[in-house]
Ligand binder design. Structure first.
Ligand SMILES: Nc1ncnc2c1ncn2[C@@H]1O[C@H](COP(=O)(O)OP(=O)(O)OP(=O)(O)O)[C@@H](O)[C@H]1O
Length: 562
């Protein structure tokens, strides 16, 4: 563990050991924002399709944050800025998270990117503001420069001697450069490291003096004829020149949050791997901020402003919003990118409604980037990219159908069908004893039977709610028969509406007859919540639980608005 001073450590050695596992994820096809050097969006690049204006806006914002992310760019770089916030706003499945992923991929390798969903802040183990503080501090990097002493040279000889009892070992290694040769004594730990790395005479190695870490750089050209010791991946290098012991500057980037946890007495750095880091005491954070400030003044460290992405931001409540307002004004604030698919929605923790479920004072601070629905050609391209990513072959007719399904039931549903229909296609080939495994229309149709669309789910939801209400004797709700149409009885439409009730059950629930007004017709048709501003015998507004198509029957709540 590296100790920079005054007991504050950064633990970079352990952190660098962590490896990442790659897999095909929902956004794994996205490798950037698909912009050219002038920050102009290409129609289809780096896995991103369409949303040209939003992608360009995201690119410009990143430029403000991290000029170095566009090192090849011809656009002049602005100084790094922090504490900015943007809101990606648009309907579901229009690529808000995808754009955030593209931003993350565009940032330099040591620029931190943290992604959370707003509902993650609600936890029993820590307060909402602590969860947000940790997320914000994860998104600020501290780039630390250190001088390291390195021993680098070609191994001339390794000698290991064991004690008479066989327990203790000691030894020496002779290293050379073109200019000098030196003998180094080795203890047991160093010998173990050498054995682990399989170091032999003729290898070119470097040893970090502070940690004793050995890195095998390759084999010397002078040993290129030792065929028995060569593998296809062997790298040949010339014997190094100059001094064996050299100094070089190394740079590590760790996040403020990692420094907090490593220095927290109750947590320790292992908590970083467990994920559950618990709360960090405020005085410790203040101490770390002061120390980082000192390192900056001494030129040992610099701050790297990263990105915090908060998906579904409308799920945050008023307490979180006011905390964010203040946090964004702090010196150690990252770029905060929020996303919401809500239009006007209730601001959690209040009775007020606001655009995207956000309070006006936070909205004032945001740059809003809108995403819009895709045209069928863009949907087709996204589907093609995903098929390639998931390694699924789809026939031309099936591709047309997928585009149609995406328009009808949403992009996510169509993308979800790709992998599923491949399994169906494979089963078809197996049972018919041969044929192409490419997904065909019939495979998609079969997959559709098993996986419901959103609209089917809504119908079942409403049906379940209505049945529950009907069978509950103490329910505060009532059924209202509107009888607007003389042509139909209330039960003619049960299969269409999904309200699977028998005539008897409805009669048992003592319905009220009358007329009613509907505030929102589309909600009524879709069997969602809506208002009944009036019903025939009462001017008191009610909450509508569910209604059949053509307004023949409706279930409403008596108490809520009485
Ligand atoms: N422009 C795009 N280019 C490539 N893939 C895209 C694009 N837009 C969306 N996708 C893909 O479509 C799927 C849904 O998109 P995404 O999750 O980004 O939507 P969203 O706007 O965040 O939705 P929600 O509001 O429901 O969270 C993902 O697999 C995503 O990678």
């Amino acid at each position: 563990m590296m100790d920079i001073g005054a007991g504050i450590t950064t633990g970079t050695a352990e952190l660098r050991e962590a490896t990442k596992m790659e897999r095909i994820g929902v956004h794994s096809h996205i490798t950037g924002l698909g912009l050219d050097d002038r920050l102009e969006p290409r129609p289809n690049s780096q896995g991103m399709v369409g949303q040209l204006r939003a992608r360009k806006a995201a690119g410009v914002i990143l430029r403000l944050l991290s000029p170095s992310s566009f090192s090849s760019s011809t656009v002049s770089a602005a100084p790094g800025l922090s504490g900015r916030a943007i809101l990606l706003a648009g309907p579901p499945s229009t690529g808000k998270t995808a754009i955030a992923r593209g931003m993350a991929a565009t940032l330099g390798p040591d620029v931190p990117f943290t992604s959370i969903t707003a509902s993650e802040v609600y936890s029993l183990s820590m307060s909402k503001t602590e969860a947000l503080t940790q997320a914000l501090r994860r998104s600020i990097g501290v780039r630390i420069r250190e001088e390291e002493e390195i021993v680098e040279g070609e191994v001339v000889e390794i000698v290991v001697e064991r004690g008479i009892t066989g327990s203790g070992k000691s030894g020496r290694v002779i290293l050379k450069t073109t200019d000098m040769e030196t003998v180094y004594e080795m203890g047991g730990k160093m010998i173990d490291e050498m054995t682990k790395e399989k170091v032999l005479a003729g290898d070119i190695i470097s040893i970090t003096k502070s940690s004793g870490r050995i890195t095998k750089l390759g084999r010397s050209f002078s040993h290129s004829r030792d065929f028995s010791l060569l593998s296809p991946s062997t790298t040949f290098l010339p014997t190094p020149s100059g001094e064996i012991l050299t100094r070089r500057t190394v740079t590590h980037t760790v996040s403020l949050h990692e420094i907090d946890i490593i220095n927290s007495r109750t947590q320790g750095f292992l908590a970083l791997f467990a994920g559950d880091t618990g709360e960090v005491a405020a005085p410790l954070r203040a101490q770390i901020d002061v120390k980082v400030g000192e390192w900056r003044e001494e030129g040992k460290a610099e701050l790297v402003t990263g990105v915090l992405f908060i998906d579904e931001v409308h799920m945050l409540d008023m307490e979180c919003f006011s905390f964010l307002n203040r946090a964004l004004e702090g010196e150690l604030a990252p770029l905060v990118v929020m996303a919401s698919n809500r239009g006007v929605a209730r601001i959690r923790g209040t009775e007020m409604r606001g655009p995207h479920g956000l309070p006006p004072d936070l909205l004032d601070r945001l740059l809003i980037v809108a995403t819009s629905k895709y045209v069928p050609d863009e949907v087709r391209q996204i589907i093609k990219i995903r098929c390639q990513e998931e390694d699924v072959e789809v026939g031309p007719d099936a591709e047309d159908l997928l585009v149609e399904i995406a328009g009808d039931a949403g992009m996510r549903y169509a993308l979800g069908l790709i992998a599923v229909s491949q399994v169906v296609a494979r089963k078809r080939v197996k049972s018919s004893g041969g044929g192409s495994e490419a997904v065909e229309v019939e495979d998609l149709r079969r997959a559709e039977v098993c996986w419901w669309k959103r609209s089917q789910g809504v119908k079942t939801y409403c049906r379940d709610r209505v049945i529950k209400w009907m069978l509950c004797s103490e329910s505060s709700s009532k059924v209202l028969y509107l009888n607007r149409s003389q042509r139909v009885s209330p039960f003619t439409y049960t299969s269409q509406t999904g309200i699977l009730i028998s005539k008897k059950e409805v009669q048992d629930s003592a319905p009220v007859r009358g007329q009613a007004g509907f505030q929102n017709e589309s909600s009524v048709r879709g069997h969602l919540h809506a208002f009944l501003p009036w019903i025939e015998y009462s001017g008191v507004p009610r909450r509508l639980m569910s209604a059949s198509q053509r307004y023949v029957s409706a279930a409403y709540d008596l108490h809520l608005y009485a």
